[in-house]
Design a protein around this ligand. Structure first.
Ligand code: TRP
Length: 363
């Protein structure tokens, strides 16, 4: 349910993954040549602290794009929390945790706009015309929504569950973003966003495009498993968060599942748990998992875990230090959010005015 988390039950070809991968390679080239032609919109649901799966899946990529000179909007999707639960608990706390994580990894509020979508009325108003552009059949065959319904903790499915991908289109199109870094599970939402943009332009654009058709930028980071060998996820208690301290990290990795073969090798298909640990160390050290495996060899799982712990703690040390510093100043966090929301409101107001003019409803 997170941007990078790939629901395990989704067959990847049903999502158009290979086409999106090919396009992403082209896009990387264009970004390198001219970052100024891109505006990124990306975001997360405020349901807890971000973890290493998020970090190597998308967060790292966001900061890279920002630092290449791409303009970026980061939405904290607070309404979206309500898709699979009745009440969004601890919302203020989780929103602040996300802002802390963003600042700690290097999202720069002077260059990038961090905002909560509930604070931007004009963004939400786009939902109504957008919903008129899609059929209920299109909404209900979205594979990611289906998967989320299957895993939902609610006994009934709310209307928001079916319509949130159209709301996500509003998150993306209110600022006319043309690039959305996502994991595979978000590809159906991107496809719907493109459909909405195209249909809006066709129906109301009178020959000009009000909205761009945004591209997905798939990150090529392989999937990290949690310490129990299943998908790393906030709700499964198997995640190493950015905020965790060095001791907690050591404890989590010490308890991680491995296998009974002593000699350490990188083989994701037959040794998924060991391979995911190798991958994690490799990502932190800028090496290949094969190199890490070769170094450990016959020393076994205990040595592997020591290597991973050191690699993670060393990599995260500066991020954690910055996070702790920002955590001291809640007033600053709220200020970052207030300013981000103000900027988002200004942008959304302009877009909504254009939409109303195009729809002949500007009175
Ligand atoms: N649906 C995304 C998730 O579950 C969060 C999100 C909301 C998002 N709006 C977005 C992601 C717009 C990318 C673009 O994590």
């Amino acid at each position: 349910m997170n941007t990078i988390a790939e629901p395990e039950t989704l067959p990847s070809d049903s999502l158009g993954v290979s086409a999106a991968q090919a396009r992403s390679t082209e896009l990387e080239e264009l970004i390198r040549k001219d970052p100024g032609q891109f505006r990124v919109l990306t975001g997360d649901r405020p349901t807890g602290q971000l973890h290493l799966g998020h970090y190597f899946g998308t967060l790292h990529n966001r900061v890279r794009l920002q630092n290449l000179g791409v303009e970026m909007f980061v939405v904290i999707a607070d309404y979206q929390v309500l898709t699979d639960r009745d009440v969004a608990s601890n919302l203020t706390g989780y929103v602040e945790e996300l802002v802390l994580d963003y600042l700690a990894i290097g999202v720069d509020p002077a260059r990038s706009t961090i905002f909560t979508h509930s604070a931007v009325p004009a963004l939400n108003q786009l939902l109504l015309p957008f919903l008129s552009l899609v059929s209920t059949a299109e909404l209900s065959r979205n594979p990611t929504v289906k998967d989320e319904i299957a895993h939902s903790r609610q006994s009934s499915v709310s209307g928001l569950m079916f319509t949130y991908p159209a709301h996500q289109a509003a998150d993306i199109l209110f600022c006319k973003a043309n690039l959305v870094p996502v994991g595979r599970d978000q590809l159906p939402h991107l496809e719907l966003t493109r459909t909405i943009a195209r249909r809006f332009n066709d129906r109301y654009g009178a020959g000009t495009a009000v909205f761009p058709q945004p591209d997905a930028l798939l990150s090529n980071a392989p999937l990290l498993l949690g310490t129990d060998g299943t998908k790393m996820s906030k709700s499964r208690g198997n995640a190493i968060t950015l905020a965790a301290d060095a001791d907690e990290t050591a404890r989590l990795i010490k308890g991680a599942k491995t296998d009974s073969e002593r000699h350490i090798t990188y083989d994701p298909a037959t040794r998924p748990e060991v391979s995911s640990l190798l991958l994690l160390a490799a990502l932190c050290q800028g090496r290949t998992p094969e190199q890490v495996a070769a170094e450990i060899g016959a020393e076994g799982a205990a040595a592997l875990k020591r290597t991973v712990t050191e690699a993670v703690n060393e990599y995260l040390a500066p991020i954690r230090a910055r996070r702790a510093e920002y955590a001291q100043d809640r007033a600053h966090l709220r200020q970052v959010l207030r300013e981000g929301n103000e900027r988002a409101v200004a942008v959304a107001d302009v877009t909504l005015a254009e939409v109303r003019t195009a729809m002949n409803s500007h009175y």
